[in-house]
Design a protein around this ligand. Structure first.
Ligand code: DP6
Length: 349
């Protein structure tokens, strides 16, 4: 048992973008999905979070990007930290200070990097000697997609079968070094509506009302298998059509949800059209679009095509910014300032 004292740690995590989407929960209370999903963790974007547990604190506090935050987000963080308090059997509150180096809730999956970094920092602060699978399990409880941000590169989140969801966690599929030429052009569009409904609620509405939800589930196993094999072979020509097929299937489920979930703006749709026409002009798939529950679009390609493609997409009306991103790392712990090697990486990634 931990003796009373101040226990703190800092952890950094990067967002991930799903190639096979998590959309639908078998056990909503624990964010346990119906289907396994596959993602790419992105370089250059990060959430850095410091957690300090302290028996003298009267309540949890949250500072996000330099501003104290109350209400919903703080309550989410508190509920999440309860899992750690239960684990150590101590009621200590914590001070949480978190900063993103990219716009929060901009469709760049800040909840994934946010809860992965928070889980890592809480684990580090309390000196819990967990492996990555258990950390992924915990991160999942904060935000489903956070389960995948524990690892770098291409990551597989196994849905699992158990009634209590304990076999639902992510595992590394291929590290960031596997396909160094892989690129994601993140296209940020203007006037992206701030997520009004949380994905967790939206996806349950899809499960209950979309007439194509079940058909999609039946297609996913085979699509995932084919994607894994294309990634293994670094075969963009096979992978890119599968990524777009999956994105279209996810969008169809959203659009047939009652009431419909429409995440895209005119600019997002223009990006999808542009990618289709680039591939037609080239006579082969050189790029693939995908998007999550938001208006920003991610366009995958390989390094030689990235600069020209980013310029072309960036010139479309309503596209505010494009950023070329590479496969990125998993969670890493940061030593306090002044120490010789500030970044401590665990688990080899
Ligand atoms: C469409 O796990 O991010 O991005 O916690 O409500 O934010 P919230 O849910 P989250 O849902 C992710 C849904 C998705 C697909 C995916 O990332 O697999």
């Amino acid at each position: 048992m931990l003796a009373p004292g101040r226990y703190s740690a800092t952890c950094e995590a990067s967002p991930n973008i799903a190639l096979v989407k998590y959309w639908g929960q078998r056990i909503p209370e624990y964010n346990v999905p119906y289907n396994s999903s596959l993602s790419l963790t992105l370089d250059g974007l990060a959430t850095r979070t410091r957690v300090a547990f302290d028996p003298d604190l009267p309540a949890d506090t949250l500072e996000l990007n330099g501003t104290p935050v109350d209400g919903g987000p703080r309550e989410d963080v508190s509920r999440f930290l309860d899992l750690f308090r239960e684990r150590i059997r101590r009621p200590w509150h914590a001070e949480v200070v978190s900063r993103n180096n990219f716009p929060t809730a901009s469709g760049m999956a800040s909840s994934a990097s946010g809860f992965a970094a928070l889980a890592g920092a809480a684990m580090g602060a309390l000196g819990l000697h967990w492996g990555p699978r258990n950390l992924s399990r915990y991160a999942r409880r904060g935000s489903g997609s956070a389960a995948r941000s524990i690892y770098g590169g291409f990551v597989l989140w196994r849905a699992g079968h158990r009634w209590d969801g304990t076999d639902s966690y992510a595992v590394p599929f291929r590290g960031p070094e596997h396909w160094p030429e892989f690129r994601d052009i993140a296209c940020l569009v203007d006037a992206a509506p701030v997520k009004s409904v949380r994905s967790q609620e939206a996806m349950q509405r899809s499960v209950a009302t979309s007439p194509v939800f079940e058909r999609r589930q039946n297609q996913l196993r085979r699509r995932l298998m084919r994607m894994r094999s294309a990634i293994d072979r670094r075969d963009a020509g096979s992978l890119f059509p599968l990524i777009m097929e999956e994105c279209d299937s996810f969008r169809e489920v959203c659009e047939t949800t009652d009431p419909p979930l429409d995440y895209l703006t005119a600019a997002s749709r223009a990006i999808l059209d542009e990618v289709r026409s680039i591939n037609r002009d080239e006579g082969r798939p050189v790029a693939a679009y995908t998007h999550d529950a938001g208006a920003h679009v991610h366009v995958f390609t390989t390094a030689p095509h990235a600069p020209a493609l980013a310029r072309r997409l960036g010139a479309l009306p309503g596209v505010r910014e494009t950023r070329i991103l590479r496969p990125g790392p998993g969670v890493r712990w940061i030593r306090p300032a002044g120490s010789k090697d500030p970044t401590v990486k665990l688990w080899g990634r």
